[in-house]
Design a protein around this ligand. Structure first.
Ligand SMILES: [Zn+2]
Length: 301
């Protein structure tokens, strides 16, 4: 294994991780274009982040061979508070309202359903719901939700009746996947023609990432192995056969703390809230917010 790009300290860190996990690192080609030509951006905590020279996708390479398997027992799907705040419930209801024009078969799938809050809210407004989840903690939470069907297959290989879903939601999940391309293909397969995919992921081309560099809070190579930007997420969805692709961004996160799923969320600063709100309201007018919200339609044929 070539580790010439890693500094001495992180090299030991990597070896230590490998010994702890008995999980060798493997080199991979670009998931978006299949290319093997990429340049190193930086090494953070033993995880080398590269950018594909052909399509611009940023990803962790090499990565632990068992990354996908580890998502069953680790990951961030259930971190945070025990129940949604009233503000979160309001946001979910507004999002559900935006999905109403797509309700034809009354079937909605969420990939990486986490604690199941969104599908619980969807079922209250009459949707039949499918949850895809592989994380054990999350599955435990989902058992107590109003969800019609729980699928425990990976996002890259799951099965539902083809062409039957009105809406597929995949929220802060794609950055964890070994193959976003295969997942996007499965989503297209699951959707009916004219159906909606609604996706959220971090924006590597955001102002907060530029200001923080490798210290950006969402750079956590053990968990986030694909870092998209408006350009790369648009190319992925377009190549799979989606149309009407819209990318919006929001939020400006300046916290420089390291991000680890096994630790609590970083402490929030309530006194900054009025200023943050102003910044957030401004940045959503630009493509530089740290969260991308992407919608796309499965082409009618
Ligand atoms: Zn590429």
């Amino acid at each position: 294994m070539a580790l010439s790009t890693a500094g001495m300290k992180s090299r030991f860190f990597l070896m230590d991780r490998q010994l702890q996990r008995k999980d060798p690192f493997i080199r991979v080609d670009c998931d978006l274009c299949g290319g093997g030509n990429h340049g190193v951006l930086f090494d953070k905590e033993g995880f080398v982040h590269v950018r594909c020279r052909d399509c611009g996708l940023v990803f962790v390479n090499p990565r632990p061979a068992g990354h996908g398997e580890r998502q069953k027992s680790e990951g961030t799907g259930t971190m945070g508070d025990d129940r949604p705040t009233s503000a979160q419930i309001g946001r979910m209801r507004r999002e559900l309202a935006s999905m109403e024009p797509f309700r034809r078969y009354n079937r909605m799938l969420e990939i990486g359903a986490g604690r199941g809050w969104f599908l619980d809210e969807a079922s209250k407004s009459g949707w039949r719901t499918w949850a895809l989840e592989i994380n054990r903690d999350a599955l435990h939470h989902l058992e107590s939700r109003r969800i019609d069907t729980i699928i425990t297959e990976p996002a890259e290989t799951f099965h539902v009746d083809p062409g039957t879903m009105d809406v597929v939601r995949i929220w802060d999940v794609i950055e964890h996947l070994e193959s976003p391309r295969k997942a996007a293909e499965r989503i297209r397969h699951a959707l009916r023609p004219g159906g909606l995919v609604r996706l959220s992921t971090t924006n590597f081309a955001s102002l907060s990432r530029w200001l923080n560099g490798p210290e950006w809070v969402y750079l956590n190579g053990a968990d986030h192995i694909h870092l998209f930007e408006p350009k790369t997420i648009t190319r992925l969805l377009s190549e799979i056969g989606f149309t009407d692709i819209r990318v919006a961004t929001r939020s400006f996160n300046m916290r420089r703390k390291l991000y680890h799923p096994e630790r609590d969320l970083p402490v929030k600063f309530p006194f900054l809230r009025p200023v943050r709100k102003l910044i957030d309201e401004t940045i959503r007018l630009t493509p530089y917010g740290h969260q991308m919200i992407v919608t796309a339609i499965k082409a009618e044929r």
